[in-house]
Design a protein. Structure first.
Length: 100
C-alpha cells in the first residue's frame, strides 16, 4: 500500500504524550507533507525519502522552546505507521499512529 495519506499520530516525548496529524505525499522516491501539532502548529516539509514502506525526513520546527531539528524515520504497514523521531538534544521518541 502507498504511504500517501493522513495519519493520526502519537509521540511519546520526554514532556509526555503529544498528538498530531501527519500528512505524507510520495512522488517516486521523494517525500513531502506536513505535521500539524499543538506544540509546533502546522509545519510543512519536503526533501524526504521513500523506500518501499520506509519514509524519512528532517525538518526544523519553531515552538515554545525555540527552534529544533527533528529527524523522522517511520514505516507504514497497511494503515499503521510507527517509528521514531530524533528531537535535537532531547534524544529519540517513539511514534505510532493509524491512517485517518
Amino acid at each position: 500500500m502507498a504511504v500517501d495519506g493522513t495519519y493520526n499520530i502519537e509521540i511519546d516525548t520526554p514532556m509526555g504524550k503529544q498528538t498530531a496529524k501527519l500528512t505524507l505525499k510520495a512522488d517516486g522516491a521523494a517525500l513531502s507533507g506536513s505535521v500539524d501539532s499543538s506544540m509546533g502548529g502546522l509545519q510543512e516539509f519536503s526533501g524526504g525519502t521513500v523506500s518501499g514502506d520506509d519514509v524519512a525526513w528532517e525538518m526544523e520546527i519553531s515552538g515554545p522552546m525555540g527552534k529544533m531539528n527533528l529527524g523522522y524515520k517511520l514505516k507504514v504497514t497497511g494503515d499503521d505507521i510507527s517509528g521514531e523521531i530524533k528531537a535535537g538534544d532531547f534524544g529519540t521518541s517513539p511514534l505510532k499512529g493509524t491512517r485517518a
